[in-house]
Ligand binder design. Structure first.
Ligand code: MTE
Ligand code: MO
Length: 519
């Protein structure tokens, strides 16, 4: 039993060395070519929608870490098996490792943006993994047959472990250096946004900041890594049912008239009260100006199929994208070039539509086509093609599980109603009673969210429920009817029950029980 465990460990060590050095090679070649990430991406693309939804609900934004962790766990389990096999038949163990690497190589080649050099990390793993297993196996055998010392075996094991660790860490470091943002000076907008008003950030403790900083902006995409796309190599092609196919460079975009707009982005996967929403000041070229270069007046297309540098597709209804709203190809976010996480060098931003049908990051192609002819990534997975952002209000403070002092409580949060003349009114309801107007924060524009707060005083001890709802400037009110995110966005009211204690001996130490209805 002990010997078998040791051999299992040899398999794991050999595999870790292969993965570590493959990571180093991937850092040098292209971080996305790491065999582990490629397998993970392959799994993401093949996971059925309901399971993905479940994973997002269960793990939130940790879902990717858990996915990569599970892939690693699976690989290492097979690696242990290879080690055990190698004890009796070395060739079988080495063969199993080679098969593992070849499967990963298939996943690497499966990425639409894959190039031949992307196979280098896989080849490194293919050579290193089995050879390392052979080295450990022969050293072990020699030790047991009396040809080698126990010390040599220990040194070999230590050397393999150390090299694996150094390779892995070095690979990550190189990738991190490559991910550093490019130094780009953004042109001034021809059509700037109005001065940005001061939010309620200082007045209402715990409220979401009026402006989401680039570092705190939520991130949702299908990628396991942060893509590194060079602005100098980047081009955007407009093709399909257009008068003439056009290709633009990043400099071409910088030379066009830029608009600057305050827009709140929202993810369709966001539950009511959830975190996948952010508000920023975007700088970009109007989508209409870019489409006009290719000529779309006579087009029979009903969708813009946008493709990112890696072949990921997103479809946008053409009529909504061109109805006069501030749809743009954004190059700037809050006064800086786009962070790589958020689509550097260029992404789409279209107010009022959920990100999955509008906000293509790392975009390189816009194809004018029809929903009948071509389907985008999420269309194939049965998500809606027409998905305007639903009106929603969120309670940020007090937190669902926070302590509440016995005195007055300030309830506060944000609400959004893009492309519906903004948020006109936010109302709060305590214990299912009457809806009472909350105090709205400053107006950041119709496509921007609005902060709000409500002073709740004089509540008795016992259990209470707080609910919030928003009403849009065009009269549309947030619906209380609950819906799950799939297929076109969650609805319902953000409401939670909390137990409120009137001050007795030490109210601060009393936990507040709460349940949160998030759909
Ligand atoms: N290339 C690419 N663009 C993408 C996605 C993606 O998976 N790949 N996800 C979309 C989704 S679902 C959303 S909600 C927004 C999120 O943008 P953010 O990550 O900058 O917040 O990006 C959109 N753009
Ligand atoms: Mo999304």
């Amino acid at each position: 039993m002990k010997a078998r465990l040791l051999w299992a460990w040899y398999g794991v060590l050999a595999t870790l060395l292969g993965i570590g050095l493959a990571h180093l090679a991937a850092g040098l070649v292209d971080p996305a070519s790491s065999p582990v990430l490629a397998v993970g991406s392959g799994v993401i693309d093949r996971t059925p929608t309901p399971m993905k939804e479940w994973a997002i609900r269960q793990f939130g934004s940790a879902d990717k870490t858990i996915l990569v962790g599970s892939v690693m766990a699976g690989v290492l389990l097979l690696a242990a098996l290879a080690g055990v096999l190698a004890r009796r038949r070395l060739a079988a163990g080495m063969g199993l490792l080679a098969v593992l690497v070849l499967v990963a190589g298939g996943a690497v080649l499966d990425r639409p943006s894959a190039e031949v050099v992307d196979l280098v990390p896989t080849l490194v793993a293919l050579v290193v993994g089995p050879l390392a297993l052979r080295l450990l196996a022969t050293t072990d055998r020699k030790t047991h047959e009396g040809d080698g010392s126990r010390r040599t075996l220990l040194i070999t094991i230590a050397a393999v472990s150390a090299t694996a660790a150094v390779g892995g860490v070095a690979g990550r470091l190189i990738a991190a250096v490559k991910r550093r943002p490019e130094d780009i000076t953004l042109p001034k907008p021809a059509d700037p946004a109005p001065p940005f008003p001061r939010g309620l950030d200082d007045q209402v403790p715990g409220i979401t900041p009026f402006r989401t900083s680039n570092g705190k902006f939520y991130r949702v995409d299908t990628r396991l890594d942060v893509p590194v796309v060079d602005s100098e190599d980047w081009t955007l092609t407009i093709d399909g049912d257009v008068d003439r196919e056009v290709t633009l460079t990043f400099d071409d975009l910088l030379g066009m008239d830029l608009i600057e707009r305050d827009i709140t982005l929202t993810c369709v996967s966001n539950s009511v009260g959830g975190p996948y929403v952010g508000a920023a000041r975007w700088l970009g070229v109007p989508l209409a100006d870019v489409l006009a270069k290719a000529g779309i007046d006579g087009t029979k297309a009903d969708q813009i199929l946008s493709t990112d540098f890696d072949g990921m597709t997103i479809s946008t209804p053409l009529d909504l994208a061109t109805d006069g709203r501030d749809a743009m190809l954004a190059i700037g976010m809050n006064g800086k070039a786009l962070p790589r996480e958020h689509g550097f060098p260029v992404r789409m931003v279209i107010p009022g539509l959920y990100g999955f049908i509008s906000a293509t990051k790392w975009v390189t192609r816009l194809t004018l086509t029809t929903y009948d002819d071509q389907q985008a990534y999420w269309t194939e997975r049965d998500w809606a093609t027409d998905a305007p952002i639903k009106i929603s209000a969120r309670i940020d403070t007090p937190k669902a599980l926070a302590q509440v002092d016995a005195g007055d409580v300030v309830v506060g949060g944000v609400a959004w109603a893009q492309e519906r003349d903004g948020v006109a009114k936010v109302q709060v309801r305590i214990d299912g009673g009457a809806w009472t107007d909350a105090q709205p924060g400053p107006d950041g524009g119709n496509d921007y969210w609005r902060q709000w707060f409500y002073r709740w005083d004089g509540a008795s001890s016992g259990s209470h429920r707080i609910a919030v709802r928003a009403v849009a400037g065009n009269g549309d009110a947030q619906t209380a009817v609950r819906a799950e995110p799939f297929p076109d966005g969650a609805s319902g009211l953000h409401e939670f029950a909390r137990h409120r204690e009137v001050a007795r001996k030490s109210p601060r130490n009393r936990p507040i029980r709460s349940t949160q209805h998030s759909e």
